[in-house]
Design a protein around this ligand. Structure first.
Ligand SMILES: *Cc1c(COP(=O)(O)O)cnc(C)c1O
Length: 428
């Protein structure tokens, strides 16, 4: 479909356009903003690359692996950061070259490890059991040379306070540096003549995503490189977990890409500035790359009053926009079917969903002119951990429509009964 607007926000502001999309895709669907995605990518790349040239963005597939999105990121130059064979195979299917796939994650089979080693993908092993597979494979193929990286785990707390999400004291990922687990694996693998230890990986999910945490991660990784004399080092991978451009209504005063870039690259330059062969710096953004590139559009089906509370029922569910069910209202817009002065109507309302769960609130205590039946509500910032977590619960999955330069493309069709209850999978 060709339209006159080149910006998604202007485009989706028009009731008629949403109506047309509804004809094709049903009364709820996602919109993917490709211009926004490109902007995020460029901004992030510039923030780091302008300060440290050898910089790689490895997009975290698990955050949102709509193939159309992953392919767009591949075109922009991103590596694919995957944490399962499923994601690895997706990267291959959309045409990512194997050497641009970063294979992380706590669970890898012998087959996964062999594939990654043979294909020359960036493989970061997470635990000791993976070492066994690597070792076996190297010994069985003595004439081929392979590369491996380690996900390491070290204390990142400050004054005894852990910055990890949900108050976790210790991360469960990677190999512990302090207790010698990492050292044990390193010792065994460095003896293999056809294996090079080429990288270190440190990803931590922290609650406040602070710049100082990233300084700590970067510095600790550099210190391990020096302590263990990793002379074949090709990359330092500081993981993901930075803030993107977050709407003020959700959190204010978050660091910018430049703030992170400045802090991290300063350390990289200090550590490697005088080296002829500098290692790559890898960042694995998820949320920060895609959260603000998706919107969810849902039509108002009913408005009702129950003992003085007003409920606006939409063809959507909290699962579509915030599967973690956090309490904050997302930024949203009401696209009205008709001009209406809104007088004599409640101006505080809840937006509730189609499921039979009492807690299915898409937004609570919204204070604005109440929507009417037939209006559309657009929820913004729904790109991260929504479509991938979105259980096909009670209804089929909605469509995803990509918008770029005034044109729309179907990135995913609305799921049908046949696809939902696949004959090949289920016994009827
Ligand atoms: C989830 C994850 C990311 C992305 O994290 P965000 O907080 O979404 O940026 C990056 N790397 C690894 C290893 C992950 O597990």
């Amino acid at each position: 479909m060709i339209t006159n607007s080149t910006e998604l926000s202007t485009y989706s502001q028009n009731y008629k356009t949403l109506s047309n999309l509804e004809q094709e895709h049903g009364s709820s669907f996602y919109l993917l903003d490709i211009d926004r995605l490109q902007m995020n990518y460029k901004k992030m790349e510039t923030a780091f690359k302008s300060r440290y040239e050898k910089f790689i963005i490895g997009y975290s597939y698990k955050t949102n692996y709509i193939p159309y999105l992953c392919k767009e990121l591949d075109k922009l130059g991103a590596y694919a950061e995957v944490v399962s064979k499923l994601e690895y195979d997706l990267a291959l299917k959309i045409g990512v070259v194997p050497t641009k796939i970063i294979f992380n994650g706590p669970l890898k089979t012998k087959y996964d490890i062999e594939t990654a080693l043979n294909m020359g993908s960036i493989l970061n092993i997470d635990s000791t059991y993976e070492m066994k597979y690597v070792k076996e494979h190297c010994l069985q193929n003595p004439d081929t040379s392979f590369k491996v990286g380690f996900r390491v785990n070290f204390d990142i707390s400050t004054n005894g306070v852990s910055p990890l999400v949900e108050g976790f004291e210790k991360s469960r990922f990677g190999m512990c540096v302090e207790n010698g687990s990492f050292q044990l694996v390193w010792k065994q693998l460095k003896e293999l003549p056809n294996l090079k230890i080429t990288g270190l990986h440190g990803h931590f999910s922290t609650a406040n995503r602070s710049v100082s945490t990233f300084e700590k991660i970067t510095q600790s990784l550099c210190d391990i490189v020096k302590e263990y004399k990793l002379t074949d080092l090709e990359y330092i991978d500081i993981g993901g977990g930075i803030f993107g451009e977050v709407p003020r209504s959700l959190i204010s005063n978050t660091p910018t890409f430049d703030d992170y870039g400045e802090a991290v690259c300063k350390i990289m330059n200090k550590e490697f500035g005088d080296k002829k062969e500098k290692p790559y710096l890898i960042l694995e953004p998820g949320i920060s790359m895609v959260a603000n590139t998706f919107q969810f559009v849902a039509k108002v089906v009913e408005t009702k009053n129950i003992r003085n509370e007003t409920f606006v029922l939409v063809d959507g569910s909290v699962h579509n926009i915030k599967p973690t069910m956090h309490k904050k209202n997302l930024p949203m817009r009401v696209i009205r079917s008709s001009v209406d002065d809104g007088s004599n109507r409640s101006d505080t309302y809840h937006i509730v969903g189609y499921t039979c769960l009492e807690k299915d609130y898409l937004a609570c205590d919204v204070k604005s002119q109440m929507p009417l039946i037939g209006d559309f509500i657009i929820f913004e910032n729904v790109g991260a951990y929504t479509l991938v977590f979105n259980p096909p619960f009670i209804k089929e999955r909605p469509a995803v429509v990509a918008f770029y330069d005034g044109k729309t493309t179907i990135a995913r069709k609305k799921e049908s009964f046949k696809e939902f209850f696949n004959d090949k999978l289920y016994q009827f």
